[in-house]
Unconditional design. Structure first.
Length: 202
């Protein structure tokens, strides 16, 4: 790659980042259906023609932001061996909470506003899939029971964060991490250590 090509690539990425940052700001201020390409372009300090050189729609930008959120969560999720006896779930949730702290208002909005529910559903499904990959084959139990545990774990984690954002007064993120670590992975450890009850009879 030539020096000019590198400069062009950096310029393109700066423009795309500006657009993504702008849509995150607008998400905090507005529901999904209220954000327009015109407003997004103005917030990113570009014209509509430049916007369409990089994205096809507001939804397109939001999907890229969604993928960035998922990537940042997966970096944290993939750090740990959850069945290791030395695994400390508090450290996991503390790391997740650091991500939230970086864009608190943004995460509060997408978790609390119905118009952004599709973002949370996608994050939950990806989280469930990744945890399934990490646990599957290491736990001896019927598939049906395993998937029920995975659904319970991921739905429970998402529900705790949703509730935390709406609490008044709001406890600290440290309190949330402590509670989430004890309830979620503490229950999983108990489940896999005990004899697995049969949910399906052959």
């Amino acid at each position: 790659m030539t020096q000019n090509e590198k400069k062009t690539d950096r310029r393109i990425e700066r423009t795309r980042m500006s657009i993504r940052n702008a849509v995150m700001q607008l998400i905090i201020e507005k529901d999904f259906g209220q954000i327009t390409v015109k407003e997004l372009a103005e917030r990113a300090d570009i014209n509509r023609k430049t916007f369409y050189m990089h994205y096809t729609s507001v939804q397109d930008v939001i999907e890229e932001v969604q993928n960035e959120i998922i990537d940042s969560l997966m970096v944290v999720i993939d750090q740990y061996n959850y069945l290791d006896t030395n695994f400390d779930a508090y450290v996991l949730f503390h790391s997740l909470n650091q991500i939230i702290n970086e864009n608190y208002e943004f995460y509060k909005k997408i978790i609390s506003a119905n118009s952004y529910e599709f973002l949370i559903v996608k994050v939950k499904d990806v989280l469930k899939g990744r945890l399934t990959e990490k646990f599957k084959g290491q736990i001896s139990m019927p598939d049906a029971q395993f998937y029920l545990y995975a659904e319970y774990l991921t739905s429970g984690i998402m529900a705790m964060y949703t509730e935390w954002f709406t609490m008044d007064p709001q406890p600290s993120l440290e309190v949330l991490a402590e509670a989430a670590s004890k309830i979620s992975f503490g229950g999983v450890k108990l489940a896999v250590m005990e004899d697995t009850p049969q949910l399906l009879k052959s």
